[in-house]
Design a protein around this ligand. Structure first.
Ligand code: ADP
Ligand code: MG
Length: 440
């Protein structure tokens, strides 16, 4: 690895405890754990396995003096609730799951309720209701989290169940390694004896002849034995063009559930939950600021929160709106999911309503144009930080009371009209994809 990666991520770690089945590593702060788990833990695990010959669980403990610094930094606010008092729950022994990715920690909203409900049903009655369960959606929307949640629920509920989570790339590497080492029988036995197989990012198997073949047989043998399989993917089964037909048609026999980018309410709820969990006291205005600016996915959202709170604690300042704007300015600019500008919103909305962009800013009042204009104002209010007056200006210099009227009207209409809700979802998705109109 690069010198810099090592210095940032490995040098600060201090080994604290070492037992046969567990090592405890001391890390500088709680945010470190998140990033480390995601980007570096697999490599560290591999190194541990290679040098010990077995694989103990890896737990993290946060350094004592950080807690001091942190409390001082946030002053009275943070003292109320300390995240460090309760150690993270350990993963069940019969699985390789991340205890953070539980159902308890998962916020349900319109964008993910189908997938969430399906996962809960599977967790209650594995192997029967929805088998296989196929979850698909873009990056950072909670697919991996949900899979772990299913696994955790089942592994906790039945400690004798064999539960295994694996990324498709890992699956492939393990298979290649098994072939090289002449241990394909063991490899097969391992996978085919599971009660629950969670296989992530299946798109990586697409076009990988032998691995695909192997997976197909694993899948069949589990399926025939009524063992549950949960698959995730970045696209629906029908779009897995290079994956074998027989495999995609099996996926379609189960339940296919999609996850969409979260709406504003869900983003706010996730930020609230996340900051409560980390013991951060973040004013609502800041929560809304983040939720409005960062829309494409939840990973970015969490990243922003982590960055902000790290900055606040290191500089010893409170988390204010100003700090948030400062801290996130560059970050937001460069994000694909950063708030769209009004022009983009107008363009996307006008396309959906089949009216011209100019008419949104003009005086015409046919009902189609009026509705499109109101929806565009509503969307602008939802997605940008603009004030009512500013929004009015951008829509043909209208008065702010016109904007209020638009917001109310759309709000009312949304309660009644299924089709308007669908249109808004489409607009949001298109904007989340950058407003380029290439989403499926
Ligand atoms: P994906 O696998 O779809 O790329 P992840 O499951 O890795 O996405 O989610 C990215 C991050 O966002 C994780 O830290 C996860 O815990 C968090 N996350 C995603 N969805 C939710 C949710 N609904 N509630 C709380 N946290 C979530
Ligand atoms: Mg994932």
């Amino acid at each position: 690895m690069t010198e810099q990666r090592f210095t940032t991520w490995f040098r600060p770690i201090v080994p604290r405890e070492f037992e046969e089945d567990r090592v405890v590593l001391e890390v500088p702060n709680p945010f470190f754990v998140d990033w480390f788990e995601e980007h570096n833990l697999p490599l560290l695990r591999q190194a541990i396995r290679e040098s010990l010959g077995w694989e103990p669980a890896v737990d993290f403990a946060v350094k004592e003096d950080y807690k001091e610094l942190f409390r001082k930094g946030l002053g009275r606010q943070a003292a109320v609730q300390s995240p460090f008092a309760t150690p993270a729950r350990a993963a069940p022994a019969n699985s390789n799951l991340n205890p953070r990715f539980s159902f308890d920690n998962f916020v349900v909203g319109r964008s993910n309720e189908l997938a969430h409900a399906a996962c809960q049903a599977v967790a209650k009655d594995p192997g029967h209701v929805y088998n296989p369960l196929f979850i698909y959606g873009g990056v950072g929307l909670g697919k991996t989290h949900l899979m772990h949640a299913v696994g955790l629920a089942i592994a906790t509920g039945s400690p004798s169940a064999k539960v295994h989570y694996v990324g498709s790339e890992t699956f492939m590497n393990e298979m290649i390694e098994a072939i090289r080492a002449g241990t394909t029988m063991e490899f097969r036995d391992h996978y085919r004896s599971l009660d629950l197989l969670l296989i992530d990012d299946i798109q990586f198997l697409s076009g990988r002849g032998r691995t695909e073949e192997e997976f197909f047989h694993t899948f069949n043998s589990l399926y025939d034995a009524s063992k549950q399989v949960v698959v995730s993917c970045d696209r629906p089964p029908s779009d897995l063009v290079t994956l074998e037909e027989r495999l995609t048609s099996r996926f379609q026999c189960g339940l296919v559930a999609d996850i969409h980018p979260p709406d504003l309410e869900t983003r706010v709820a996730i930020l609230r939950q996340r900051s409560a969990r980390d013991g951060l006291s973040i004013p609502d205005r800041v929560i809304f600021l983040l939720a409005e600016q960062i829309r494409a996915n939840i990973r970015e959202l969490e990243g922003a929160l982590i960055r902000l709170s790290a900055l606040a604690s290191l500089t010893g300042s409170a988390i204010t709106e100003e700090l948030a704007r400062d801290a996130l300015r560059d970050y937001m600019k460069n994000l694909p999911g950063a708030a769209p500008d009004v022009t983009t919103i107008q363009r996307v909305v006008s396309k959906c309503f089949d009216v011209t962009v100019e008419s949104l800013r003009g005086k015409r009042r046919t009902s189609q144009v009026a509705l499109a204009r109101q929806v565009a104002m509503y969307t602008t209010k939802q997605l940008t930080g603009l004030t009512l007056v500013e929004i009015g200006k951008r829509f043909g210099n209208r008065d702010h009371s016109t904007v209020i009227h638009a917001l109310n009207r759309v709000g009312e209409e949304l309660k009644r009209s299924e089709s308007l809700r669908a249109t808004l979802t489409r607009i949001e998705e298109e904007l989340a994809a950058g407003g380029i109109g290439q989403r499926k």
